[in-house]
Design a protein around this ligand. Structure first.
Ligand SMILES: [Zn+2]
Length: 362
């Protein structure tokens, strides 16, 4: 069961004098105003706050950023949100434990957001890189969608099922709709990414390198280890993974620095054996197309650096269950996974179209 906790990063400012230290209740701490100002001269710093200020930056500036920590999951660059106070909107990001460069695309105040549990520590070094005179161009992101030969039959037909679900007719049905489902998934994902700067390719195309891939696989993937940690499993024989990025330990390619990374959708995970996802999509062509294309679009979102969000759009944590309707990309607070199956919402806004405009060539 998922529990949602509304969380706002608002505390109270500390007002200290020599003899006393009082917490002021009249003054609200706004990290976008009162957060620590980070030096950008390459000094090694210890960072505890989730949001720090990088000051006014100029278009064309290159920031070389390196965050080292075992506890941090991702690093994001924010600008102040134009639509609501005390919020920042994501304009870029990068990996942890590996230096990356952020190109400032427009003049304005910039912030650093560290995706980590409260209380986590990181070592940071941020330096304005003056070695290059030319501003790097925005990259093209090409993604090829490929399918296992019998992705539907292998994925959804259960030979151990009793009754109609396990008979030859069920297998013939899945086999007969496979070409239609494949074509429809391509069409739907194309529509979703239309105008984002992402170029999608089908299985028969030969995209120019580098390119990423999304595989629609017949496999069934059971959750293991961390994914199961503390999850309360009620009435399910299996807890499954519907899709993921295939790069080691990467949930999200923050800032889209990898242009040849790979994601997968596990069609077999949609074939339930317990009550959690049993028979969710099987035997309805429309449900199969909706669930698989939305899940594919969601995993591509992670390949590009999108996080899970609070609202019920493509990047919510369970698009796989939106079997009877279409979801859109939505502007929303991002949701942080805090373990035990819980999510916390932040003052960090993800606006997919704005983000795509910042990171991809049109
Ligand atoms: Zn996801």
């Amino acid at each position: 069961m998922k529990q949602f906790i509304l969380f706002s990063m608002i505390g109270t400012a500390m007002v200290c004098s020599v003899s006393s230290c009082n917490v002021s209740t009249s003054d609200t701490f706004d990290p976008f105003v009162d957060g620590p100002l980070i030096k950008t001269d390459g000094t090694t710093l210890s960072l505890a706050a989730e949001i720090s200020r990088l000051g006014m930056r100029s278009a064309g500036e290159l920031l070389r950023i390196e965050i080292t920590s075992d506890e941090v999951r991702g690093v994001y660059l924010l600008k102040r949100d134009a639509l609501q106070t005390s919020a920042g909107v994501i304009v870029g990001g990068g990996p942890v434990n590996k230096a990356f460069t952020h190109v400032v695309r427009e003049d304005g105040e910039l912030f650093l957001f560290i995706d980590a549990l409260i209380g986590s520590q990181a070592t940071a070094s941020i330096e304005v890189d003056t070695s290059s005179t030319a501003v790097p161009a925005l990259p093209n992101q090409r993604i090829q969608i490929v399918f296992d030969t019998d992705f539907l039959v292998d994925g959804l037909f259960d030979p151990e099922a009793t009754g109609e679900a396990g008979d030859a007719e069920a297998m013939d049905f899945l086999s007969s709709i496979q070409p239609t489902v494949r074509a429809e998934i391509l069409t739907r994902i194309q529509q979703i990414y239309d105008g984002t700067g992402v170029t999608l390719f089908g299985p028969d195309d030969a995209p120019q390198e580098p390119f990423s891939t999304l595989t629609i696989s017949g496999q069934r993937k059971l959750a293991t280890g961390d994914e199961l940690d503390g999850l309360e499993v009620v009435g399910c024989s299996d807890v499954v993974v519907f899709g993921e990025l295939l790069s080691d330990a990467t949930r999200v390619d923050a800032g889209n620095h990898e242009l040849a990374d790979n994601a997968i959708v596990y069609v077999g995970s949609f074939r339930g054996t317990g009550t959690c996802n049993a028979g969710l999509i099987v035997n309805s062509t429309n449900n199969i197309i909706n669930a698989l294309s939305l899940s594919g679009a969601h995993e591509i979102g992670h390949l590009l650096g999108l996080n899970h969000t609070a609202l019920d759009g493509i990047m919510s944590s369970a698009p796989s269950f939106a079997i009877q309707r279409q979801l859109q990309f939505q502007r929303s607070q991002i949701a942080l996974d805090v373990g035990r199956g819980d999510e916390v919402f932040t003052t960090v806004i993800q606006d997919p179209q704005l983000y795509f405009d910042e990171i991809l060539a049109p």
